[in-house]
Design a protein. Structure first.
Length: 400
């Protein structure tokens, strides 16, 4: 493969799509090209590096594309990722997903295709790899770093749960949309005097439910970090409704939330992805039904009906907000700064409100979640509002 004098940088995006990915790709590409690097885009995340066929001449355009300023400028302000994405985990590839040209070599039910990834990195002449993703995608970046690949990682996830950084690309747009849509749905809840139950993303971390609630989008929230008592939630929502002149109340429910005594989360599909995660969804509907049945106990025998809404992909589609346009630009340039200084194995980050970088190994060192004692009132099922001096803009997100 041809290369520039300074080397070749490859960018990939993995996991769920969020607004802000294309601005990050643009920032890296424009700066790197002007610094004299060649830039490649790997399609479909890690899948592009296992599906690339080394026997073909030149670039396999289905897996790899050469990036130019013209290409990235066209998409740099848009949502999603034009490089596409997947939840591929090269160290754990089911036989059904092993590329055809590799089936004879990897016949097991689950296969580690890391040797193919390393061979393809060499074949493509990739000197530095920049994966953009959440803790699952970046955990494989840690693996490649340990294998000797020069890796600079950029954190992305709506849940904001990548350790080592206050902020992940996509979080601000998610919180902004959650607040906007919750306020919009109030008109229906108020018209019918109902409980409004809104399910939001958040498998293990409740930031996307807690912060909108702090901002006044909801009366209560239930988060994955604390099992909740549904009867207590019903009691609180009835009280909130009774003091509201429009006779409605609102609760935000993280998709990973669990009732007290519940052994597992609620899954919409029991098929697991490459990282062992089943697809979540449905806890909001269950909460809504239980609230309706329990409401007479706290409402003088009268039932309160519910509106249940899952926001889902509505908070991750479309264009980025201001912060998810600015932060990806900075993260991309920070990544190039590290490349220019020959500093590898780092995760670009925001720490206590300032841009920084940390060792990439932090991604696999621990889970990042809401500190319940500091930021949540379990008996009241709502955020704490005291002791906010010297906290970052997003309040609790520097605790990792």
């Amino acid at each position: 493969m041809s290369s520039s004098k300074r080397g070749t940088i490859a960018i990939l995006t993995g996991g769920g799509d969020v607004p802000g990915l294309n601005p990050a790709i643009r920032a890296i590409t424009v700066r790197a090209l002007r610094e004299g690097y060649r830039v490649l885009g790997i399609r479909r995340g890690w899948a592009g590096l296992i599906e690339f066929d080394r026997s073909r001449e030149g670039l396999d355009s289905d897996c790899v594309t050469e990036l130019s300023e013209e290409i990235v400028n066209k998409v740099g302000r848009t949502g999603g990722t034009f490089l596409h994405t997947s939840r591929t985990r090269p160290s754990h590839v089911p036989l059904a997903n092993v590329p055809e040209q590799l089936r004879d070599k990897y016949p097991a039910e689950v296969n580690d295709l890391t040797p193919e990834v390393l061979a393809n990195v060499e074949r493509l002449g990739i000197d530095i790899l920049v994966p953009i993703g959440g803790d699952d995608t970046l955990s494989y970046g840690v693996r490649l770093h340990k294998e000797g690949v020069k890796v600079i990682a950029i954190p992305k996830t709506m849940d904001n749960d990548v350790p080592g950084t206050d902020y992940c690309i996509g979080f601000s747009t998610c919180v902004t949309r959650t607040i906007e849509m919750t306020h919009a749905l109030r008109t229906s809840a108020g018209s019918h005097e109902r409980f409004l139950v809104i399910e939001v993303f958040g498998r293990y971390a409740g930031f996307t439910a807690l912060l909108p609630t702090m901002a006044g989008a909801a009366n209560r929230c239930v988060i994955p970090e604390h099992e909740f008592d549904i009867e207590r939630l019903a009691e609180l929502l009835v009280a909130d409704r009774s003091t509201n002149p429009s006779k409605y109340s609102v609760v935000l429910v993280s998709e990973g939330a669990r009732f007290a005594g519940m052994s597992d989360m609620v899954f919409s599909d029991h098929e697991k992805d490459a990282y062992g995660h089943k697809k979540l969804g449905g806890i909001g509907d269950i909460v809504a039904e239980k609230l309706k049945s329990l409401s007479p106990r706290f409402n003088q025998g009268r039932r309160v009906n519910t509106i249940s809404q899952r926001l889902g992909y509505l908070v991750r589609c479309g264009d980025p907000d201001a912060l998810d346009s600015i932060v990806p630009m900075v993260f991309g340039n920070l990544a190039v700064d590290l490349i220019l200084s020959s500093t590898w194995g780092r995760l670009v980050s925001v720490r206590n409100g300032r841009y920084d970088n940390v060792p990439i190994e932090v991604v696999t060192s621990r889970k990042k979640a809401v500190d319940v004692l500091k930021y949540y009132m379990p008996d009241r099922l709502r955020p704490r509002y005291e002791n906010l001096d010297n906290r970052p803009v997003f309040i609790m997100t520097s605790d990792y």
